[in-house]
Design a protein around this ligand. Structure first.
Ligand code: NDP
Length: 496
């Protein structure tokens, strides 16, 4: 038996087809509130898209601990081998808008919300272990270069390479972006990384610096530029199709979680700044330690509620997991939560995707937009704190984390070596990639920078030369080959 259609206030709707009018042909009456409500809701169905990471795909899953790491952290999520925690993931591209094609060359977001019994822990990572910039002052400018030009309203390779050439630390991430890994076939075929340096602290109050790695069990698979272009011609939604169907058909994508651990004392003795987001920790010095397995096994029953409204923020930590001096992490702790307050509203943490599912929530934040939930303080008269009420929520000193030992000596972590920004991209270029991968890197970079002015090209070649002479020569040759391959005719338009 069907249900009665009602207004949003619950009154039965006599019709959903015929507007109320003065005569059979109109005009309409203002009192047809049901029609006004319907049109007004349609006008409000969209919310602002994310300024970055607008296009995303998500799934629910399970994290299972497979190895004991309790000597490093007291976090309840890692308390025993075999323990399972529900996770909501959102993968995304960075620069493309909500309707952008899924297989564009870009970094991918790799965000995880662990619903732990000590509150939600968000790990807001990427499919790359590093990033383009190491200081948050540069972040808004960097993103501007990835978005549309204010006059042409087009993406601007000139802006991208002009910016990158001005700060050579970005060459590490640009190399990964232009390598095969720049276009994963779908999110199941790529790794995830926490990217920043985080910290763990244990029951004894000892702190360790930590990097997080999630290695795909499906194996890496990537598209070439040509394959991606052909696919985009057929569908712009291939990631959503692949992920949704994979999970519906019971092929549940999995990742193995690892950590790298650095002692506080070792951090001062590295040839690079271990809190610099443009640097990895070499595996040889800091081996991967296996922790657990992530499996994604449930499609959300509503995309908007659980993926579009999913709000991840590095500020969501739990006892035993914390931050580090990483300047980019420190800025994201503020700016991600702030972005959600702007985009979703003051009480966004109480939305179904974000509400802590496994922990009791008690706070004294009061009213404002979306105050649709009961008071969370534990007592009706306790709308302030401290107060006299026994049952009311109180702070828990046991959750106090040990002091982060910052000695105030900024130089302690600074890299003295002017070559430091080039050492790791050099290792990637010369030792990790093979000849074919290097050739594709040259050609991908050439097609990305082809439209740039000669002066920007020369400045970027100078950066590549500092990484490796073959890198500079290879990209220069590929740019020249591309230019020579374009037949110039009377009809060939010239760039302004
Ligand atoms: P290793 O040889 O131990 O590790 C090399 C890493 O490179 C592997 O993790 C591999 O990932 C990854 N890799 C392979 N191809 C690419 C690509 N096209 N883009 C990005 N990563 C790729 O060496 P080191 O730890 O000493 O690091 C050497 C260089 O490798 C670094 O300077 C860095 O550029 C890069 N790298 C290092 C990582 C780290 O955390 N140490 C992580 C990722 C890259 P996989 O295991 O999935 O095949």
């Amino acid at each position: 038996m069907s249900r009665k259609l009602t207004t949003s206030a619950g009154a039965p709707m006599p019709t959903n087809e015929h507007s109320l009018s003065a005569g059979p042909r109109g005009p309409l009456l203002m009192q047809d509130y049901q029609l006004i409500e319907k049109l007004a809701h349609q006008n409000r169905e969209r919310i602002p898209e994310r300024a970055v990471h607008a296009k995303g795909w998500g799934a629910f899953g399970t994290f299972t601990v497979t190895h004991d790491i309790t000597k490093y952290t007291k976090a309840a999520i890692f308390s025993e081998v075999g323990k399972k925690t529900e996770v909501l993931s959102r993968w995304s591209t960075v620069a493309g808008e909500l309707g952008a094609a899924d297989t564009e060359r870009d970094v991918r977001g790799f965000s995880l919300k662990f619903y732990t019994e000590e509150g939600n822990w968000d790990l807001v990572g990427n499919n790359t272990p590093i990033f383009f910039v190491r200081d948050p002052y540069k972040f808004p400018d960097f993103i501007r270069t990835q978005k549309r030009h204010p006059v042409t309203n087009l993406r601007s390779p000139e802006a991208m390479f002009d910016f990158w050439a001005a700060q050579p630390e970005s060459v590490h991430q640009v190399t990964i972006l232009m390598s095969d890994r720049g276009i994963p076939q779908n999110p199941a075929r790529m790794n995830g990384y926490g990217s920043h340096t985080f910290s763990f602290w244990n029951d004894a109050g000892e702190r360790y610096w930590i990097k997080f790695h999630f290695k795909t069990q499906q194996g890496h698979a990537h598209f070439t530029n040509e394959e991606a272009e052909t696919l985009i011609g057929k569908t712009r939604e291939s990631y959503q199709e692949d992920l949704f169907n994979m999970i519906e058909e019971g092929q549940h994508p999995k990742w193995t979680m690892f950590i790298q651990v650095m002692n506080e004392e070792d951090a001062a003795n590295q040839p690079f700044n271990p809190f610099d987001l443009t640097k990895v920790w070499p595996h040889g010095d800091f081996p991967l330690i296996e922790v657990g397995e992530l499996e994604f096994n449930r499609n959300p029953d509503n995309y908007f509620i659980y993926v579009e409204n999913a709000a991840y923020s590095p500020s969501n930590i739990v006892p035993g997991i914390s931050f580090s001096p990483d300047k980019m992490l420190q800025a994201r702790v503020f700016s991600y939560a702030d972005a959600h307050r702007y985009r979703l509203g003051t009480h966004y943490e109480q939305l179904p995707a974000n509400v802590a599912k496994a922990a009791e929530v008690h706070f004294y934040h009061k009213d404002g937009g979306m105050r649709f939930f009961p008071q969370q303080t534990g007592h009706p008269d306790a709308y302030y704190e401290p107060n006299q009420y026994e049952e009311a929520a109180r702070p828990d000193p046991a959750a106090t984390e040990p002091p982060m030992k910052i000695d105030g000596d900024a130089a302690r972590y600074d890299q003295a070596d002017p070559d430091a920004d080039f050492v790791q991209p050099r290792a990637l270029y010369a030792e990790v990639l093979n000849d074919e991968q290097r050739a594709r890197l040259h050609s991908n970079m050439a097609s990305a920078m082809g439209p740039c002015s000669d002066s920007v090209k020369e400045r970027w070649y100078a950066v590549l030369a500092k990484v490796h002479p073959d890198y500079e020569a290879g990209v220069r040759r590929a740019v020249e080959d591309d230019a020579n391959a374009i037949p110039v005719t009377d009809e060939t338009p010239t760039r302004a």
